[in-house]
Design a protein. Sequence first.
Length: 94
Amino acid sequence: MKELPGNITPPELARLAVERFIRAGQTIPPPARPQGILAEHAGAFVTLRIDDGNLRGCIGTIQPTLPTVAAEIIHNAISSATRGSGVFVATIGP
């Protein structure tokens, strides 16, 4: 996988993380040179919604557990898509 751009948006990063994990079982690395909020050291919440807008999953951290917000987003996006009680496993459509 080519290096992620440092200016990727948080929603794009979350989507890419979930797609790569579901399709290939791989966790993408965070951007090598994140910019803006992605470079900060903070907690982050990721909310996933299905096509009709209903909640699919929401997981987050109020305190940082990883070096950057980008890393938090990747971790929480995958967790939101694959974990939680009563949560069905996410799939990627055609």
